[in-house]
Ligand binder design. Structure first.
Ligand code: NAD
Length: 473
């Protein structure tokens, strides 16, 4: 999501909040408290570069809300980092976590650097020093504030953070829970890579399983045979396309920045990905038609459109040409407020980013739980379940005199491993959040769109939490 001409990014988040707050019963003071950023830590620290020069680095950590502990949110390395942006992103994290029932307050961090301008050694020094600054001010810890990756950071940076934290806090048994998005060997969790794309799939599938919603859109219930267009074949787009295809939908078009392709019979995202790797372009994929411009894909007739690349790609100019019935905002902020208004008028359902792409933070929560419990998911029950299932199956076969085929046998006997449990937890999370938002919308049909209903869901949960804490009796 980016700022518009009149408002800063943080102010535009406040505006969306105010729009939704009108549909709640909470008093003004409480709403003001929810909106406010509780703690903003702006820091400067020196780093000696490889050439011997000293550079002063500007960095931030914002804790928007402590209505639940710890705070949670990524760390961004970018030239564009500024206090307003970090505050806006931290507040969005509060609402996102509340919507998907992840019991964290919102946080966000940023270091104002372009990581491409630094050597690996310099990046390591900057990351470790930033972590040390957070430790000094009590701004990091498994019960205080738990960062994660964002633009420009990944598992490597998270490994540096946990190592620095653990060395400054000797003997802290839960140190691994001070950050998520770690490599699996350093306390990370399996199933994180595909989490956002899988969450998008679960959310949209649930919407498609709602008979009243489908009736309004003039669509059949269920995902089977629905046509899907995906923009962006990166982490989120690739995995969304994969799960939609495996779930029975037909991915008829894929768009990348160099162009877009269309195939009525459906595309296999991995074959397209391999073709792009080999030829350097998504175009000229065997059996598919090239589209003149990559943005043409956004205007194709289809049931579901998944923008999974950039912000502001659907705006006042092209929204009137969108023919999809459902838009699933996999990217952050792909549709502008002007586009939202046009969708409402044209009867298009836009499923909002704030909850639909929450798979990453949901699985981060599972990683944190794993770190606190000091045991891999599935370790205690996998064999037990397999032994039990083998026994039950044996009894059924003996009693019926029939033998189950090998594929079914494998499926029935399988005990859950870490990835199975993480996927299952994500499925439950996304289904529950979708139903909660839709129920709010149904109860109050004057709520203009699903985005506003999602905000209402967030506000109600955070407000209830404050009231139950006794802060606002
Ligand atoms: P990514 O860099 O892996 O993928 C983005 C893809 O979009 C790239 O392949 C890029 O070439 C393509 N692209 C760029 N410009 C394009 C254009 N004009 N048309 C079509 N394709 C274009 O990034 P990602 O992690 O997949 O993230 C995508 C979006 O999802 C971002 O908005 C991000 O903030 C959001 N998001 C990501 C996660 C996550 O877990 N990765 C979580 C929540 C939200």
């Amino acid at each position: 999501m980016s700022s518009n001409q009149h408002y800063s990014f943080f102010q535009s988040v406040e505006k969306s909040f105010d729009k939704a707050a009108k549909f709640t019963k909470w008093d003004l003071g409480l709403l003001e408290q929810i909106k406010a950023c509780n703690s903003v830590y702006q820091m400067r620290f020196p780093v000696k570069l490889d050439n011997g020069n000293i550079e002063v680095i500007e960095a931030y950590r914002v804790q928007h809300s402590q209505h639940k502990s710890p705070c949670k949110g990524g760390i961004r390395f970018s030239d564009e980092v500024n206090q307003d942006e970090v505050m806006a992103l931290a507040s969005l994290m509060t609402y996102k976590c509340a919507i998907v029932n992840v019991p964290f307050g919102g946080g966000k961090g940023g270091i104002k650097i372009n990581p491409r301008n630094y050597s690996t050694y310099e990046l390591e020094k900057i990351t470790r020093r930033y972590t040390a600054e957070l430790v000094k001010k009590n701004f990091i810890g498994p019960g205080i504030d738990v960062p994660a990756p964002d633009y420009g950071t990944g598992p490597r940076e998270m490994a540096w953070i946990v190592d620095t934290y653990a060395s400054l806090k000797p003997g802290e048994i839960d140190a691994a829970g001070c950050v998520t998005g770690k490599p699996v060997t350093q306390g990370g969790v399996r199933g994180r890579t595909e989490a956002t794309g899988l969450g998008v799939f679960f959310g949209i599938r649930e919407v498609c399983n709602m008979p009243d919603v489908m009736q309004k859109l003039g669509l059949k219930v269920g995902l089977q045979g629905k046509t899907v267009v995906v923009q962006g074949l990166g982490n989120v787009g690739y995995h969304s396309a994969k799960f939609f295809r495996e779930g029975g939908a037909k991915v008829v078009a894929l768009a990348e920045f160099e162009g877009a392709i269309y195939c009525e019979e459906g595309l296999n995202e991995d074959e397209v990905f391999q073709h792009r790797k080999k030829t350097g372009s998504i175009l000229n994929f065997p059996g598919a038609k090239n589209l003149a411009k990559n943005t043409d894909a956004l205007e194709l007739a289809c049931d579901i459109l998944i923008p999974a690349a950039l912000e502001n790609v659907i705006n006042g100019d092209n929204a009137p040409n969108v023919k999809a019935k459902i838009i699933g905002e996999a990217a952050n902020g792909p549709c502008t407020p002007e586009a939202d208004e046009i969708f409402s008028k044209n009867g298009i359902l836009c499923v909002p980013d704030m909850y639909l792409n929450a798979g990453g933070v949901t699985v981060s929560y599972f990683e944190w739980l794993k770190n606190l419990s000091h045991v891999r998911y599935g370790r205690m029950e996998k064999r037990f379940t397999e032994n039990l299932n083998t026994h039950i199956l044996g009894q059924i076969e003996e009693l019926t005199g029939k033998r189950v085929d090998d594929i079914e046998r494998k499926f029935i006997m399988h005990g859950p491993d870490e990835q199975d449990l993480v996927h299952s937890g994500l499925e439950e999370t996304m289904i529950a959040a979708t139903r909660e938002i839709m129920d709010i919308w149904k109860e109050n049909p004057s709520i203009p769109d699903m985005r506003t209903a999602a905000y209402v869901s967030a506000i109600n949960k955070v407000a209830t939490s404050y009231v139950e804490l006794g802060i606002f009796p």
